[in-house]
Design a protein around this ligand. Structure first.
Ligand code: 17E
Ligand code: FE2
Length: 411
């Protein structure tokens, strides 16, 4: 199969892509079709590696308002609403919602997903269901699973035991939630426990870290220190880190040295944290998004996630990475031309580093032939005009096609 006339990652000149046996065989300008070879003209459209959702809660997806709506819009009321919904979970309910969410993602060119799954449930119903349904969904997406202790590791009955059970069941990554533990000491101990569990089992880590406007929330320094000491380094991701928005500049100055040494990754969730944070503020209201611009300038890897899709924490979402990038750039003030052109990296290669996808991800000959085509010539235009992903190819197979809307302006 030969895809012709592709603008790969904002390139000025167009290029051709030959796919054979599910792999990129050749990516070069002016490839001549072989006799009988199928071709498709991409018309100079933008081609990117598949989008990646590095942070979502698929166990809770599509449950907003069931049984109650989050009226205050706080993280903590979200956790209360979810605790009520958790009681009603069953395997088919979870699988059905995950299937629907993954199909939404597939239509928007997302082929890799990291989901946090709440393991503060003695029956581990959602975890079992998601581990099963991810096999069924392999043709659409690779799903990485994080054991996420929503109600705490030390602060929830048998929290440690449930984390260990989740590891035995086959999760890819270990989570924690230090800012939600009853005490600061529990927060530190939960991180020590989680890092040890990850190191012992050779797993990745992704911590809900300091998702609060409390400038005294210091989970991040402990996480980065343990990542360094255990040699876990870039296997570790700090998600949210909202408190960093509120830290004093003097403290951040000191913290940055450790963050660079630790080599940990960051995931910011701009849509959800602008919505959940600042809720104890009157005016001015903090934005609650971590210091993306400064982290990136220091050479630290940062990705953007959605966090939620129509659930107790956030009522919006359509399974696209576009809005996270779009709002993210506004809220962290990265609106220079180069920033905008390159911003797809927040949800492609930077997110690939978070998921540890390695060299097999990306548009290179020999790699799995997975890519997306957008109805735009470059990412600036794609982002600004909310261009659809018109084609998503995964391991050489077309998994979604979207016809762009036709519009006539009369007069
Ligand atoms: N749970 C949590 O602790 N924080 C979040 N942002 C979500 C779930 C979505
Ligand atoms: Fe989250």
């Amino acid at each position: 199969m030969l895809y012709r006339n592709a603008r790969i990652e904002n390139a000025k000149e167009s290029c051709d892509i030959r796919v054979e046996n599910g792999l990129f065989k050749e990516i070069a300008p002016g490839i001549e079709p072989r006799e009988g070879e199928k071709t498709e003209d991409l018309g100079g459209r933008l081609v990117l590696p598949p989008f990646i959702e590095p942070h979502i809660h698929l166990d809770a997806t599509l449950t907003a308002g069931d049984p109650v709506w989050n009226m205050s819009g706080t993280l903590f009321e979200g956790i209360e609403c979810w605790a009520k919904r958790k009681d009603k979970l069953n395997a088919e309910d979870v699988k059905d919602r995950v299937r629907r969410a993954v199909r939404l993602y597939a239509g928007n060119g997302v082929q890799f997903i990291r989901t946090h799954v709440d393991v503060t449930d003695p029956s581990l119903t959602a975890l079992k269901a998601i581990l099963e349904v991810r096999e069924e969904l392999r043709s659409l997406a690779d799903i990485q699973v994080v054991a996420f202790p929503q109600e705490g590791i030390l602060s929830f009955p048998n929290g440690k035991g449930l984390m260990e059970e989740a590891v035995r069941m086959g999760v890819d990554a270990v989570g924690a939630i230090p800012h939600f533990e009853f005490t600061r000491e529990y927060g530190v101990e939960s991180l020590n426990f989680a890092c040890e569990l990850a190191a012992k089992n050779d797993l990745l880590m992704d911590v809900h870290c300091d998702e609060t406007d409390d400038d005294q929330s210091r989970g991040l320094e402990t996480l980065a220190t343990r990542a360094l000491e255990y040699g876990l380094k870039d296997k570790v991701t700090a998600s949210h880190t909202c408190a960093m928005h509120s830290y004093s500049n003097a403290y951040v100055l000191k913290l940055m040295r450790l963050l660079k040494m630790s080599e940990i990754n960051f995931v910011a969730n701009p849509l959800v944290n602008t919505h959940l944070e600042g809720r104890a503020d009157t005016y001015p209201k903090r934005r609650g998004v971590t210091r993306v611009k400064e982290l990136a300038a220091a050479g630290i890897n940062v990705a953007f996630g959605n966090d939620d899709l129509f659930d107790p924490w956030y009522p919006m979402g359509c399974g696209s990475m576009r809005d996270a990038v779009y709002l993210g750039l506004h809220v962290v003030q990265m609106m220079g031309y180069g920033d905008i052109m390159n911003s797809y990296r927040f949800v492609t290669e930077n997110a690939a580093k978070v998921l540890h996808l390695g060299d097999r991800y990306g548009l290179r000959s020999g790699n799995p032939a997975s890519f997306v085509v957008m109805e735009a010539g470059d990412y600036f235009e794609a982002l600004s005009h909310n261009a659809p992903v018109v084609l998503s190819v995964r391991n050489g197979e077309v998994i979604s096609r979207t016809k762009p809307a036709e519009r006539q302006v009369i007069g």
